[in-house]
Design a protein around this ligand. Structure first.
Ligand SMILES: Nc1ncnc2c1ncn2[C@@H]1O[C@H](COP(=O)(O)OP(=O)(O)OP(=O)(O)O)[C@@H](O)[C@H]1O
Length: 371
């Protein structure tokens, strides 16, 4: 008890080095006497339909644990009804978890009072929704400044900040338009700018692009990648779209029936699916776009270390295919001046055919000596 109190008090001064969000054994159960479900292990093995039949309850989030690290894009992916929205809404208690532990920067979210929660949602973890929630009678600029207005920021300051983020998301020139005079993609940019204006520690995206047409959607995904690259802001991104998850995620939590069935990098999920469900999910992914040359290489023979095209260890196999096809020789995988190995025709084909061993997390990496 006292330990928890100390943690909360300490966060005021101590910049957190640990994870941004830490979630442990989190449950959200909807239905009558929901709170009895997490503790009743006999019920845990039931399918959602059996659980509903036996108890009248739906376990939207079942015993989920993970951490979101500072600066990463953490994607929550799964089919409709798998529990993504419920899970992410639990992070700021827009939905009240049934049980488990939840903290942000070491501060217990479940212990927060109303004022602290409001502060959490307004300043620390801003949400970008699929339905942009824009105020129709306000200009773009005023919509963007809205979050600052409710924080009580003065007019001149919020205008300056709003102008800055409007430019950041590529809406300059449209500041005085009303939302109804914008395309769907532009409206989504306003929603994004509004969330960015309050300079939150974490941005939470709830399927923000799923209503957009494919080309605009791609633009917006690139926008997120760019913003992330420029700012390094922590992001939690919900999507049911695998290619979006693979494109944006540093790590992906793949959900099924309220559980996280696999948590890993795109490469781990595609290269070593945890079970048949995940394998089936990723079956049609172009593996060469996701698997890195680090996972496809073999040790270099003596003369191979010094000649031929070179790629960084995280380069994708697609790039190596291009280089091998062009030069006809194996490509060196270089960590700075050090040759970690080479990728040749056989290694590349094995990735494309899906016959490579799973990408091992312990393949030679930075700082390791390669014989
Ligand atoms: N308020 C509620 N009352 C009862 N059941 C709910 C409630 N909200 C969600 N559920 C159920 O919880 C499960 C998870 O829903 P959730 O909306 O989190 O899934 P999702 O993965 O976000 O789906 P989608 O992609 O369709 O938004 C579903 O079975 C849903 O029917």
């Amino acid at each position: 008890m006292s330990e928890a109190t100390a943690t909360i008090a300490d966060t005021a001064q101590a910049p957190a080095e640990g994870p941004v969000f830490a979630v442990k054994n989190l449950w959200k159960v909807f239905g009558p006497r929901a709170e009895r479900i997490p503790g009743d292990t006999e019920l845990h093995s039931l399918s959602p339909a059996e659980l509903r039949e036996r108890t009248g309850c739906t376990a939207a989030v079942r015993d989920v644990s993970f951490e979101v690290n500072k600066g990463e894009v953490f994607v929550v992916m799964g089919l409709s009804g798998s529990g993504k929205s419920t899970l992410v809404r639990c992070l700021t208690r827009l939905i009240e978890p049934t049980s488990g532990e939840l903290s942000i920067d070491g501060e217990d979210v479940l212990a927060m009072d109303k004022a602290r929660l409001r502060e959490l949602r307004r300043h620390r973890a801003a949400m970008v929704f699929q339905h942009f929630g824009l105020l129709p009678h306000r200009s773009v600029l005023d919509n963007v400044a809205y979050g600052l207005e409710i924080q009580g920021v003065g007019k001149a300051e919020r205008r300056a900040k709003a102008l800055e983020v409007v430019e950041k998301v590529g809406l300059q020139g449209l500041e005085q338009r009303k939302p109804g005079q914008l395309s769907g993609g532009q409206q989504q940019r306003v929603g994004l700018a509004r969330a960015l204006a309050v300079d939150p520690e974490v941005l939470l995206f709830d399927e923000p692009f799923s209503a957009l047409d494919p080309l605009i959607r791609r633009d917006m995904q690139e926008e997120v990648v760019r913003l992330h690259r420029e700012e390094g802001r922590t992001m939690v991104f919900i999507t049911h779209d695998l290619s979006e998850a693979l494109k944006l995620g540093d790590r992906i939590a793949l959900m099924r029936d309220g559980r996280v069935v696999q948590l890993g990098t795109p490469e781990e999920i595609v290269g070593s699916p945890a079970d048949d469900y995940v394998r089936d999910f990723v079956r049609d992914v172009a593996r060469a776009d996701v698997i890195s040359v680090r996972s496809a290489m073999r040790p270099a023979e003596a003369d191979e270390e010094t000649t031929g095209a070179a790629l960084a260890p995280d380069a994708k196999v697609t790039e190596a295919i291009e280089a091998v096809a062009r030069t006809g020789s194996p490509v060196r995988v270089m960590d700075g001046a050090r040759c970690l190995g080479v990728v040749d025709h056989a290694g590349l084909l094995a990735v494309v055919a899906g016959t490579t061993a799973a990408p091992a997390p312990n393949v030679p990496g930075k700082g390791e000596v390669v014989a």
